[in-house]
Design a protein around this ligand. Structure first.
Ligand SMILES: Cc1ncc(COP(=O)(O)O)c(C=O)c1O
Length: 383
């Protein structure tokens, strides 16, 4: 039943790890007749709240929905600016624009991809309302410095932690401290609820606001009618998804350990003498989670472009991804004022990055096969 993720023919670059118990549990939920948000959503939120140090947690249909709601709670609206890295998935830019606000992009570090905190400070204007950092597998920015800056300048922080469920900061799960944190449970992430996301907030008042914003803006009245004070969306998670999420959260430590072992193997086997830039090397269980393993290809030394490199991997049954393009150079980003050369590090990452297969159902031999294929391509197509 699990075969399509890893057949001899094709190794996907990402994917979920659902066991038969979770699949059977979904059948139980479906037979219960309670399909949309119900007891399993509550159970998932309670388990996540324990995971995040007792903070209030709400689940929604995606991290994208979580970020849109988080920006509303942070008070972001028309005329505001939100500082965010350009080297991230399109969600940050899109959700800031959908709030009627303006994304103000900053550059990042070449290896860790952490946003540049000095650049964040330099980008603050009287219109800045919030900072929306993306956290990357294998590293975290100096969150003490980031939060000290936010406090000093009176800014909210909405953390895009979509990629790093299970990473730790100063010994505690990421999300257990800080302002608003958002996580993704898309099938390519560290754990899944098929689609889904979580939002960790500061208090019950913010949680009640999420309750309304994820479900039509509805608040219950004492006379058993309903009121809408603020336009909400329809982002509530079905119980079927929440049931999977509960099962997956219990397996998260196992998933994280397997991902780290695979990354250790990549670090040991991937050719280091051919000019590729590799991700940070883990130091045992150093608190970082590994959702992806992306290298920068030395394209200026190769006769292949990235497209041809990926096609050649595909031909050998090896999937790959691009994580990510530069937001400011998308058509939307350019319409907002983005120009070539504005953020050189992020633009270089966007040109050269290649995400190689990493998921818990890979065998060690799969890593070896990917490394050998990359070695042959890098060595065989040198300029
Ligand atoms: C950094 C980052 N943020 C947000 C998202 C959006 O997650 P979702 O698909 O759950 O909306 C993604 C998805 O890939 C992501 O990579």
């Amino acid at each position: 039943m699990n075969a399509p993720l890893r057949t001899p023919a094709y190794l996907k670059f990402a994917g979920p790890d659902l066991d038969e118990a979770a699949i059977a549990a979904v059948g139980d939920v479906m037979r219960s007749g309670q399909l949309t948000s119900g007891p399993w959503v509550k159970a998932f939120e309670q388990a996540l709240s324990r995971f995040f140090g007792g903070r209030p947690v709400r689940v929604v249909t995606s991290a994208t929905a979580a970020i849109e709601i988080a920006l509303a709670i942070a008070g972001v609206g028309p005329g505001d600016e939100v500082i965010t890295p350009t080297q991230t998935f399109f969600t940050a830019m899109n959700m800031i624009v959908r709030r009627g606000a303006t994304p103000v992009f900053v550059d990042c570090d070449l290896v860790t991809r952490n946003l540049d905190i000095a650049a964040v400070e330099a980008a603050i204007t009287p219109r800045t309302r919030a900072i929306l950092p993306t956290y990357w597998p294998g590293s975290l920015p100096d969150l003490d410095a980031l939060y000290a800056l936010a406090r000093r300048r009176g800014l909210r922080v909405v953390e895009d932690a979509a990629l790093v469920m299970g990473s730790r900061w100063q010994g505690r799960n990421l999300g257990a401290s800080g302002d608003i944190a958002t996580f993704s449970f898309h099938p390519n992430k560290n754990m899944t609820s098929i689609e889904g996301g979580a939002i960790v907030v500061n208090d019950d008042a913010e949680a009640a606001r999420v309750d309304a914003l994820r479900f039509h803006g509805i608040r219950a009245l004492a006379d058993r009618t309903r009121d809408v004070a603020e336009a909400g969306g329809k982002f509530n998670l079905p119980d079927v998804n929440a049931r999977i999420g509960v099962a997956q959260l219990a397996r998260l430590p196992e998933f994280l350990a397997r991902r780290r072992a695979l990354v250790d193997r990549y670090g040991a086997r991937f050719p280091r003498d051919l000019g590729a830039v590799l991700p940070p090397t883990p130091a045992g269980d150093d608190g970082h989670s590994w959702n992806m393993w992306s290298v920068l290809l030395p394209l200026d030394r190769l006769t292949l472009d990235r497209r041809a490199f990926r096609d050649a991997l595909d031909a050998q049954g090896i999937g790959s991804g691009v994580s990510y393009e530069a937001s400011h150079l998308t058509t939307l980003g350019r319409a907002l004022g983005g120009r070539d050369g504005q953020f050189p590090v992020s633009e270089r990452i966007a040109r050269e990055t290649l995400t190689l297969p990493l998921h818990t159902r890979m065998a060690d031999a799969d890593v070896d096969r990917v490394c050998e294929a990359c070695d042959a391509l890098l060595r065989g197509h040198r300029r």
